[in-house]
Design a protein around this ligand. Structure first.
Ligand SMILES: [Mn+2]
Length: 334
């Protein structure tokens, strides 16, 4: 029996499910977990979606967004389903609610996945977990509803950076089937990718920090806490959204192989104000940035990875750039 069939069997047999995904959820984790939760609910199952952190506000428009909770007491769920999450640690505070369950299903496409489930449905070639969840719908002999199709569309759209990375003809066939439910792709893309003025002001600041290696293969920039505070004050806003899409613009620079963005994390996100820097890494396809992220206890994919390191921004920057240089040299020499 293949992993998909095992998942169908478990989902038919049991009646209560706890579904979760990684800290700071993205479009793929949210779309995948909500679509799968909706399918199970349609089958009459008891379902709860439990995440360590709430979604960013750009995803407020997603159907069933209100199902996501960050609180749980431990109510004797039978099956845990963890999506788009390479390891238990990325579930942070809610980790034990999943790891203590009798059956855990792990559905993921990260190369760095640790196979922590009782059933591990892993496909590192899949563009997104959304694509894998679509396959599960077929394994259940179910077509997605319009709402579920929207969720899966967002999952695939965002993880492929608008269908640029890791897509195959099969990915586009799935997209075609999803759109056939009546989705309006342009409206959805505008909701996710239009950037507020404050975001553009932040890009202006980040561009002024850009550096490029002598060989032109590595580009990096930084977002420090001062920039964020100043823009927040000038624009009179609470939160600057879209800091994550910024790195994708930098990937457009010609002949660059690796892009890195260093972002000082807001101390309130972290326990006891310890200084941390979030490092986002992107590759054009020749250099495996997952190998670099792993050196700093992070991980992800060949072309997109990240890690979070405690310490001072400048120090971390030079350490990471040093490792990127080695990896670029190693990869391009082959
Ligand atoms: Mn993903």
């Amino acid at each position: 029996m293949c992993e998909k069939e095992k998942i169908v069997e478990v989902c038919r047999k049991y009646s209560s499910f706890l579904i979760g995904s990684h800290i700071n959820p993205d479009g793929d984790s949210l779309g995948s977990e909500l679509a799968f939760a909706s399918l199970l609910k349609r089958m009459g199952k008891k379902v709860k979606v439990l995440n360590p952190t709430l979604p960013p506000s750009i995803y407020d428009f997603l159907p069933y967004r209100e199902w996501i909770s960050t609180k749980e007491k431990g109510e004797g769920w039978e099956v845990g389903i963890v999506l788009d999450c390479s390891e238990y640690e990325r579930l942070r505070e809610v980790k034990t609610f999943f790891s203590s369950l009798p059956i855990v299903i792990n559905i993921d496409h990260h190369i760095s996945n640790r196979r922590f489930g009782d059933i591990n449905f892993l496909d590192t070639k899949a563009s997104s977990v959304g694509e894998m969840v679509y396959q599960l719908f077929l394994a259940f002999a179910q077509q997605p509803t319009k709402e579920e199709a929207l969720l899966l569309y967002v999952a695939i759209l965002t993880d492929t950076n608008c269908f640029r990375f890791s897509t195959t003809s099969y990915t586009h066939q799935i997209i075609s089937n999803l759109l056939a439910t009546g989705l309006k792709p342009q409206e959805i893309q505008e909701k996710i990718y239009s950037i507020p003025f404050s975001g553009i002001k932040l890009i202006e600041r980040v561009l002024s920090t850009l550096q490029i290696s002598e060989d032109g293969k590595i580009v990096w920039g930084e977002i420090n806490q001062r920039m964020i505070d100043e823009i927040r004050e000038a624009e009179k806003i609470e939160e600057i959204t879209h800091t994550d899409v910024l790195i994708n613009y930098l990937c457009a620079i010609k002949d660059v192989e690796v892009v890195a963005l260093f972002k000082e994390l807001n101390s309130s996100e972290e326990r006891e104000q310890e200084k941390r820097v979030k490092v986002s890494l992107r590759s054009k396809g020749k250099v495996d940035v997952n190998r670099i992220a792993k050196l700093f206890e992070g991980g992800g994919h060949f072309r997109a990875s990240g890690c979070s390191i405690s310490g001072e921004l400048k120090e971390i920057e030079s350490k990471v750039i040093e490792e990127i240089r080695k990896e670029v040299e190693r990869s391009l020499r082959r």
